[in-house]
Design a binder for this molecule. Sequence first.
Ligand SMILES: C[S@@+](CC[C@H](N)C(=O)[O-])C[C@H]1O[C@@H](n2cnc3c(N)ncnc32)[C@H](O)[C@@H]1O
Length: 238
Amino acid sequence: MQDAINGWAASAEAWMDSQGAEGDFARRWILDRVMLERVEAQQPKARAALDVGCGEGRFCRLLRDRGIPATGLEPVEALRTQAEALDPTGRYCAGQAEALPFDDGSFDLVVSYLTLIDIDGLEEALAEMVRVLRPGGQLLIANINPFCSAGGWVKDAEGRSLHFAADRYLEIRAEWQEWAGIRILNWHRPMEAYMQPLLRAGLRLTHFSEPAPHGGPAERVEKYTRLPWFHIMEWRKD
Ligand SMILES: C[S@@+](CC[C@H](N)C(=O)[O-])C[C@H]1O[C@@H](n2cnc3c(N)ncnc32)[C@H](O)[C@@H]1O
């Protein structure tokens, strides 16, 4: 099945190790805080949330702990099984973003937490996220900056990062990425590939940020600040 969902089935164990209980560096020190601030700023509070590509369910558990019932959608069985084990009363479903198994307008919060670069059918997936969102609802996206997915660090002979080189920015492509026992297929797409479908669908951009780390190991903070890897967007459906 689609190369076991682009490498995620074979990488599930290593991925769960990399996340630990509090998430990896990016989630713990950069993204969670802003994602949760945006969720908590929504009035009235969301009553039903969907986390598309929920992995082992960490963000669903964070929503649950804030009194927001969340459904996690995850195509990889090993990740879904772990999500269910860590949250036995939670709701976790098999499926893919390109064909969400939910009725129109089922959720007032839809989350895509670092999943858009994993999804093959981006336009279909964004259309589905908009479809299952209620009018007035919030679509919250954490994504990798396209200027990062277009390149890599240039290093000296000692392995020190000299500068970052991006290339072929407008060329949409999928490339295998490997680190820490994880091997997955990631998409590079220019920023407009993410913005245009949501603008065409009539959504309003109500938040955009490139958050700096608020803590964490000094060398990670320094490296991240040289080149912020992520942005967060909040869109509203009127
Ligand atoms: C980088 S992980 C992020 C997991 C989780 N959102 C988090 O932040 O910990 C990407 C996730 O997207 C899932 N995924 C890959 N292709 C997908 C698709 N077409 N539809 C939904 N999820 C998909 C993967 O199985 C994986 O769990």
